[in-house]
Design a protein around this ligand. Structure first.
Ligand SMILES: [Zn+2]
Length: 328
C-alpha cells in the first residue's frame, strides 16, 4: 500500500484500554493535523516528538481536523490552538462536525452529563447493588475531565465539506454511529480515507456508547454508515487506532457480518420469560469485567431495540427496570 510521504502517522499514548491513538500530520500548505491525542503530558510529548521527526513544531500547525469528539482524539486541540493564538486571524482552526461540536465547545458540561448517563443505564438495567462499579460520581467526573478542555471556537464540518491539502482534496463523509458527529475524510486522488474510529482494523467501533445522545439507535446509525463505506472499494483506511486497513472492503464486510451475528445471538437469548437488561447482557457477553459494564449494557440495549423494531422483541419497563421478552 502506497501512503504519500506527506502523511506522517504519530502514535500517541492514551490512558484508556484501547492503547495508543493515531494523529496524522499532513505536510504542505496548510499544515494539517488530523486528531490530537488526549490532554496529558505523555501525549503532548509524543505529539511534539512526532512533529519534530517530520521537521515541525506545534506552532506550524495551521488546521486541526477532528474525526470525532471523543477525548482521546480531541484533548490537545485547546493546547494547539493556544500555541498559535499569537498568529491572530490565521491562528489554528479546529474543525469538527456539528453533531460532536458540543463535546469540544463545552467539554466540562458534556462530560458531567455523560457520567450521569452511565450511571442511569446501570440503574435501569437492574444491576444488583453488590455488582455495581464502586466508583463515586465525583471521582469519575474528575477522571474524565482531566483529559480534555473546551476550545473557544470551532469550524463546523458537514457532509461534503472539502479541505485542501498537499495530497489532494479531502472530502468530508459524515458517518454517525461511533459518535453522532463521526466523520471520515476521503482523499480520492490518493485512494485513502482517514477513518477515525468508524473503521478500525482489529477492534470494534463500539457505536452503542453514544446511546443516550439521540432517540435514534446508534448501532442502527453505525450499520447504515458502514454501508456507505462500500463505495470506497480499493481504498486504504488510516484509522484512529492501530494499523492501516489495506483491504477496506473486506473489513467492512467482516464488520457487517459481526453485527448480524450479534443480533442473531441476542435473539437466541430471549424467551417468554421477562429478563432484565443486565441479565441479558451477561447471556450475550458472558463474564465481562466491571469496567466494561456500561458498554455491555449499552450494546445489549441497542440490540434489543433493533429486535423490537423488527417485531422480534418486546421491551418493557417495570419499576424503572428495563426487561425484555421474545415477541413470539
Ligand atoms: Zn472514539
Amino acid at each position: 500500500m502506497d501512503i504519500p510521504r506527506e502523511i506522517h502517522r504519530i502514535e500517541i499514548p492514551t490512558p484508556f484500554e484501547v492503547g495508543t491513538m493515531n494523529s496524522y500530520l499532513i505536510e504542505g500548505d496548510p499544515v494539517i493535523l488530523i486528531d490530537t491525542g488526549p490532554k496529558m503530558d505523555e501525549a503532548l510529548a509524543a505529539l511534539r516528538k512526532g512533529l519534530l521527526r517530520a521537521g515541525y513544531t506545534l506552532e506550524d500547525i495551521d488546521r486541526v481536523i477532528l474525526t470525532h469528539g471523543h477525548v482521546d482524539h480531541t484533548g490537545l486541540a485547546g493546547t494547539i490552538a493556544r500555541e498559535n493564538e499569537h498568529k491572530g486571524d490565521s491562528s489554528t482552526v479546529v474543525s469538527i462536525h456539528e453533531a460532536d461540536s458540543n463535546r469540544v465547545l463545552n467539554y466540562e458540561t458534556f462530560t458531567k452529563d455523560r457520567v450521569q448517563s452511565y450511571i442511569r443505564i446501570i440503574e435501569m438495567a437492574g444491576v444488583g447493588a453488590d455488582e455495581r462499579p464502586m466508583m463515586p460520581v465525583g471521582y469519575l467526573e474528575s477522571y474524565f475531565l482531566r483529559f480534555g478542555e473546551s476550545v473557544p471556537d470551532v469550524f463546523l464540518l458537514e457532509e461534503g465539506t472539502t479541505i485542501k491539502t498537499s495530497i489532494g482534496t479531502l472530502r468530508t463523509m459524515w458517518v454517525p454511529g461511533h459518535s453522532s458527529g463521526s466523520c471520515c475524510f476521503v482523499c480520492d486522488d490518493s485512494k485513502l480515507v482517514f477513518s477515525g474510529d468508524h473503521i478500525l482494523a482489529t477492534i470494534s467501533s463500539n457505536p452503542s456508547l453514544d446511546y443516550d445522545i439521540s432517540e435514534q439507535i446508534s448501532m442502527v446509525k453505525y450499520i447504515r454508515s458502514l454501508k456507505r463505506m462500500e463505495s470506497l472499494s480499493g481504498y486504504t483506511a488510516l484509522p484512529g487506532h492501530r494499523d492501516p486497513v489495506s483491504d477496506l472492503s473486506s473489513r467492512v464486510a467482516e464488520l457487517q457480518s459481526e453485527y448480524s451475528s450479534k443480533l442473531d445471538q441476542m435473539k437466541g437469548v430471549l424467551s417468554s420469560q421477562p429478563r432484565t437488561l443486565y441479565w441479558l447482557s451477561r447471556k450475550q457477553f458472558g463474564d465481562y469485567d466491571v469496567n466494561s459494564m456500561v458498554l455491555a449494557l449499552a450494546e445489549t440495549f441497542d440490540l434489543l431495540r433493533i429486535l423490537e423494531s423488527k417485531g422480534e422483541a418486546i421491551i418493557e419497563e417495570n419499576a424503572g427496570i428495563v426487561e425484555a421478552i421474545a415477541s413470539n
